[in-house]
Ligand binder design. Structure first.
Ligand code: 3PG
Length: 407
């Protein structure tokens, strides 16, 4: 893969650069709750402004489906980013342009042109949530061309959105020279280290509940790994498929066959005990899993964490790894005492990373739990992408990456 990166761009002074970031962050009462994704794109923004480019940032927030939704406006992001960059960011109002009524769209277009022309070298501006426009998702070419007409270059920095074939991700790249930002470049480099030449032993830890996104990862990485440690919803599905009685546990009935197929591999290590209980965490108990299917939960109980014996078992593999990838919670970690499995894995992965193993983590819950144990700084690569990281690890070609790769 030969990426075109912003480091190859000469003479950026006075050039207008559209940077597609992924600032799809949680916002509550007009405040950004987690600024990790903003911090991750700072190096690209600073690089471009130091070279005196005029920088226009563009992002989506949530899934407003082509409508203006007040709570999903980018204003809190503009404010937070201004603080981080220590400079004022100009907000560019676009509403649902260009998919709004013609007169409104024309007015917006003129205003936008004037605002962009007025930008000074080194200045940063930010457009409104691009998903307010239905052209973003449809990617018919209208929005891409309008965006391209405003700028000299396009930069994709948001790895987390690289799996979306949208106007502001892949569309613009068809009309204006496109490059990868520093964040996109570093995430691709880190993840490629894992998928192409992982140092052995290579151990993957997989949890979470979205079985359909995890199975392709197991399938693609199984031949390259030494072991895959599985817990969470995929494991519940496995138990159910084997005939264990799992009560109210979360299972994915559509994937029972595939889960059985991949979990049969000698390389896949499964829990030997679980914690079952009620969702409120008031009643819970450990259950050892026997080889022969049996009743694990009563009707009102669910499997909500892996047990202590399993933590000990998984630790043995993690402590020997030279390459480590972790995605997905081991249980219902939002509710005590079911956080023990997930937080233990977080501590183990972080302790083994940086120096001993090349450690990579990704996904919302995974990052959140690493944050809870306060050990994020010890991990080699914290991927900002959840879905994008899983697709990359599944061996799929991400359309955003393709758009900034030399043909
Ligand atoms: C994410 O948060 O994973 C990305 O921003 C992609 O968001 P989407 O799934 O709404 O496209």
């Amino acid at each position: 893969m030969h990426l075109k990166t912003i480091k190859q761009l000469r003479n950026l002074s006075g050039k207008t650069v559209l940077v597609r970031v992924d600032f799809n962050v949680p916002i509550k009462r007009k405040k950004v709750l987690d600024n990790t994704r903003l911090l991750a794109s700072l190096p690209t923004i600073k690089y471009l402004t130091e070279k005196k480019a005029k920088v226009i940032l563009i992002t989506h927030v949530g899934r407003p489906a082509g409508k203006v939704v007040a709570s999903l406006k980018v204003n809190p992001i503009v404010e937070e980013l201004s603080g981080l960059l220590k400079k004022k960011i100009k907000k560019l109002e676009t509403g649902s342009w260009p998919s709004s009524a013609k007169a409104t769209a024309d007015k917006m277009r003129l205003k936008l042109l004037k605002d962009v022309e007025g930008l000074k070298p080194g200045q940063v501006a930010m457009m409104e949530n691009i998903r307010f426009s239905s052209d973003e998702k449809n990617n018919t070419g209208t929005l891409s061309q309008e965006l391209a007409n405003l700028v000299d270059y396009f930069v994709l920095d948001g790895f987390a959105v690289a799996h979306r074939d949208s106007a502001s991700v892949t569309g613009v790249a068809e009309y204006v020279p496109a490059y990868a930002g520093l964040l996109l470049e570093s995430e691709i480099k880190g993840l490629s280290k894992v998928t192409t030449k992982p140092k052995k032993p290579f151990v993957v830890v997989i949890g979470g509940i979205k079985t359909e996104t995890k199975i392709p990862v197991i399938k693609n990485l199984l031949p390259k790994t030494d072991n895959v440690l599985v817990s969470g919803g995929i494991f519940n599905t496995y138990l159910k498929a084997k005939g264990y009685k799992v009560g109210a546990s979360l299972v994915d009935k559509n994937y029972e066959k595939e889960v059985l197929k991949y979990c049969k591999s000698r390389k896949v290590i499964l829990p030997t005990d679980v914690i079952v209980g009620t969702m409120d965490g008031k009643h819970f108990r450990p259950v050892k899993l026997l080889k022969k299917p049996h009743q694990v939960c009563k009707k009102n109980e669910a499997i909500l964490d892996m047990g202590p014996e399993t933590i000990h078992l998984f630790a043995k593999y993690i402590k020997k790894a030279q390459t480590l990838v972790w995605n997905g919670a081991m249980g219902y970690f939002e509710q005590k005492p079911y956080d023990i499995g997930t937080l233990s894995i977080a501590r183990l992965v972080a302790s083994r990373s940086k120096g001993k193993a090349f450690g990579v983590i990704g996904g919302g819950e995974t990052l959140q739990s690493m944050d809870l144990v306060g050990m994020s700084e010890h991990v080699d690569l914290i991927s900002t992408g959840g879905g994008a990281m899983l697709e990359f690890l599944s061996g799929k070609e991400l359309p955003g990456i393709k758009a900034v790769t030399k043909k």
